[in-house]
Design a protein around this ligand. Sequence first.
Ligand SMILES: *[C@@H]1O[C@H](CO)[C@@H](O)[C@H](O)[C@H]1NC(C)=O
Ligand SMILES: *[C@@H]1O[C@H](CO)[C@@H](O)[C@H](O)[C@H]1NC(C)=O
Length: 167
Amino acid sequence: MHSFGQRANVLLTFAITLLALMCAIASVSDNFNSLSPHAHVQVVNINWFQKKSSGDDEVSLSLNISANLESLFTWNTKQVFVFLAAEYGTPKNALNQISLWDGIIPSREHAKFWIHAYNKYRFIDQGSNLRGKEFNLTLHWHVMPKTGKMFADKIVMSGYRLPQAYR
Ligand SMILES: *[C@@H]1O[C@H](CO)[C@@H](O)[C@H](O)[C@H]1NC(C)=O
Ligand SMILES: *[C@@H]1O[C@H](CO)[C@@H](O)[C@H](O)[C@H]1NC(C)=O
């Protein structure tokens, strides 16, 4: 016969094991929550495109940014920081990255959106490299969790090109 103390001990061990298992399942299910965010950006208009007196190129774009980042939100997500960058290569730098727009998504309810906006930050190239330039628009995100490490990833959208002539 087991004493009461032994039985209580077995029960406690079982309860702790079960709790550990539930925690493990919760963290695995969080990791396996399929990360399938989508983004699409349309360059609606080139508002103007010029060479400044400094010799640098500057372009003003009107963009339709649409995204569904709902899958980034789990029980452990505090908020998500996103920024849209134009990325292109020049003879001087293999990668030039210019942030055009950013935002903070506070909750899953706000994670599916589209906005029609001008570039919030100036798209200036240090030099005269933008005519006919092919570029990518990359939506970067940083997930700020309630506990644990922040993580980041991006969606690269390619196939954009600036006009051959200033306007
Ligand atoms: C922006 O894009 C979204 C999704 O592609 C579309 O539903 C919406 O009508 C577009 N808005 C404008 C102003 O073009
Ligand atoms: C755009 O992204 C694609 C895929 O990541 C990459 O191969 C290409 O070099 C990029 N283009 C530019 C202009 O940065």
